[in-house]
Design a protein around this ligand. Structure first.
Ligand code: R5P
Length: 295
């Protein structure tokens, strides 16, 4: 038992210094609980306010996607350069070492495939399993305007409600059906719905016209998906323009793991996202790293 006779009177109360009461660095996240803010601070770099999420969850509906046919070979070399890994629980348990301390954004929906209607999803991970996997966030799509719009929004609402009980944030992905317009009006609608149902951050797509307005109309951070594979210079240009117009980073898959040099590409993307490197300089960086690695 502590010696009660030895308790000394406190002396240094810093009476000239007001108590610290700093605003949280992420847009729209000031009123969240400590655990939520702590997990979001692992996902978003508190210095830049941005993130490079490496997405490799594609297999949950499209099978062994080019570049990640063997996740155990393709992903580990990229991990040191990613801020976050976004994947399914199956990929995590089978292919990713638990010694990795990178935060996991856990794909928590399934129920469709490229052979059927994409919007027909269900919540496919119980919150208990997300906790067992030490997920930093959970995620599913809302398919606004698609056949199963209602169900997909209900899925994300369920994630938000269950995650909130345990301080785990939810990323809402704006899924787009094949025949839906990819314009500012659509993404403005979808991202705003995602935020208003309580998503802690939202994944959208970069668009040429009006992206800045999409970001402004969404009260929580937006990250952009990479989308289909582009030449490296174009993908870096897209990332640059997205963060320049207010995106809080990228959630990029194919433009990294389908690159000729994925390890060089993820570092170039990181330079754009965290250091505002120009697309030209980032492309040069990519080419230099690629030729160094080719020896
Ligand atoms: C899409 O359903 C998946 O969630 C992907 O993670 C997402 O589209 C990002 O990957 P990519 O950059 O390849 O579009």
């Amino acid at each position: 038992m502590a010696d009660l006779d030895d308790i000394k009177e406190g002396k240094d109360f810093g009476l000239d210094t007001p108590a610290r009461n700093e605003p949280f660095f992420l847009k729209g996240s000031n009123a969240l609980d400590w655990g939520m803010q702590n997990r979001l601070s692992r996902i978003f770099n508190p210095d830049s306010g941005r993130t490079v999420m490496l997405a490799f969850d594609h297999g949950y509906f499209q099978g062994p996607t080019t570049g990640i046919e063997r996740m155990d070979l393709a992903i580990p070399p990229l991990i040191p350069h990613a801020d976050v890994l976004m994947c399914t629980r199956g990929a995590l348990r089978s292919c990713i070492s638990p010694t990795s301390t990178k935060p996991i954004v856990l794909r928590s929906s399934a129920g469709q495939s490229i052979l059927t209607e994409l919007s027909n999803e269900l919540v496919a991970v119980d919150i208990d399993d997300a906790i067992r996997l030490n997920a930093a966030a959970i995620t599913a799509q809302i398919y606004v305007g698609a056949e199963y719009e209602h169900q997909s929004i209900a899925n994300v609402v369920k994630l938000i409600d269950t995650g909130s009980r345990y301080g785990i944030p939810t990323l809402a992905v704006t899924g787009v059906g094949a025949d839906m317009a990819r314009d500012a009006r659509y993404f403005g609608l979808a991202t705003r719905i995602a935020a208003e149902i309580g998503a802690h951050y939202v994944k959208s797509y970069f668009i040429e016209d009006g992206f800045e307005k999409v970001v402004a109309g969404c009260p929580v951070p937006i990250v952009i998906a990479g989308g289909k594979k582009l030449p490296e210079g174009e993908a870096l240009e897209m990332a640059y323009r997205a963060v320049d117009q207010g995106a809080a980073g990228v959630d990029m898959g194919r433009n990294i793991f389908q690159s000729d040099s994925p390890v060089a590409m993820i570092q170039a993307v990181g330079a754009v996202v965290h250091r505002n490197e120009s697309p030209d300089n980032a492309l040069q960086m990519y080419q230099d790293l690629k030729s160094d690695m080719e020896g």
